[in-house]
Design a protein around this ligand. Structure first.
Ligand code: 2NL
Length: 340
């Protein structure tokens, strides 16, 4: 330094020291910078001040003044940087630049979503919603539905009885019986709601479950209306390429009866398509004339069809859930996936 202009050398040292202070991101780095420039023994600015006596007397005052100025500037910068770091996020351990968590978004339960989607489709097809009590009598739950009380479904092994002839409904059919008693045809209703059966809680059964039944009664209603409407529903719910199959079956309250199956076409994210296996989505049939007579309608004048399905099973098939119980255990990691 002695062979260059000492004033220029001090200005270069000032710039270097200020850069080191600005680059320091913690207290340790700042202390290192302080020792390197202003430290009593190793500080390069301190060393210049100490060496003033060796300079020619004519240079001494100007160099001394400049050295003291640089010492003050670097000292101030160290102080300011120390203050900034000690109040900043690094010092407190909090990163205030981290984006905040969004507000909690509620959502409808996946089974409720399935019920709403199913009811929306049937609403477009002319159906309204009906409801009724969850505790009902043997008459409304079984006898009016052409189900004799010695039928296995009425057995205590399968049905939850409350008192005397009052039970927890095992399907929503009592709602349809009550609606037919209260109104003359035409009837086009959907009855969604809780139903109860004496089942063990496992991957495919819950003792309380949601059911949606539908009922149509009018003059001139045929098997064509039955097949056509349910096939239309299946294509609107599962997609326009869905194949629909009606398999012969038996229910005490319908004749003939069928299980309705769908075969879906899944389009993967890469655009390739694959058919699913046949999936059973509901039981259905033409309403038995005995049921039509039981509610006081003329079975020679009126015909109709009905179906029953479990929206939890529908949601399970739609979302690829393998255990029904996950719908009822309120694990938010599972349920949050269905929030919009
Ligand atoms: C199933 C089968 C079904 C019905 C429900 C019904 C109601 C009345 C008259 C005639 Cl009032 N039928 N309901 C008909 C056929 C099948 O449910 O597998 N449910 C989950």
């Amino acid at each position: 330094m002695s062979d260059t202009n000492p004033i220029e050398a001090l200005k270069a040292l000032e710039a270097e020291a200020l850069a080191a202070v600005a680059a320091a991101t913690d207290a340790e780095a700042l202390e290192k910078a302080r020792v390197a420039y202003l430290g009593r023994s190793e500080g390069r600015i301190s060393a210049i001040l100490r060496g003033l006596g060796a300079l020619p007397a004519a240079e001494r005052p100007a160099v001394g003044q400049e050295a003291n100025r640089v010492k003050a500037v670097v000292g101030n910068a160290l102080e300011a940087r120390t203050a900034a770091l000690s109040s900043g996020p690094a010092a407190s351990g909090e990163d205030l630049t981290l984006p905040s968590r969004g507000p909690w978004k509620g959502g409808l339960h996946p089974i409720t979503q399935a019920i709403d989607e199913i009811c929306d489709i049937f609403r477009d097809l002319g159906f309204t919603r009906a409801r009724g009590p969850e505790a009902d009598t043997l008459w409304y739950n079984f006898e009016a539905l052409n189900t004799p009380l010695d039928h296995p479904a009425a057995d205590e092994q399968d049905t939850l009885y409350l008192v005397d002839s009052v039970l927890l409904r095992s399907h929503t059919s009592p709602v349809q019986i009550r609606t037919m008693e209260a109104h003359e045809p035409p009837i086009r209703i959907l009855a969604p709601g809780w139903v109860y059966r004496r089942d063990t809680y496992d991957a495919t059964h819950t003792p309380a479950f949601m059911q949606i039944e539908g009922l149509v009664i009018d003059e001139g209603v045929t098997f064509v209306d039955f097949k056509g409407t349910l096939a239309e529903f299946a294509r609107r719910y599962w997609g326009p390429d869905t194949e629909v199959r009606f398999r012969p079956s038996f229910f005490p309250f319908t004749e003939p009866s069928a299980e309705v199956d769908v075969k879906r076409v899944i389009t993967r994210p890469d655009g390739t398509r694959e058919d699913t296996d046949w999936l059973e989505i509901m039981g259905a049939g033409m309403v038995d004339p005995a049921v039509i007579a039981n509610v006081g309608y003329d079975p020679e004048r009126y015909t109709g069809w009905a179906f029953g399905m479990g929206p939890a099973r529908i949601a399970k098939l739609k979302h690829g859930v393998d255990d029904l119980r996950t719908f009822f255990e309120n694990d938010m990691r599972f349920l949050a996936q269905f929030a919009p």
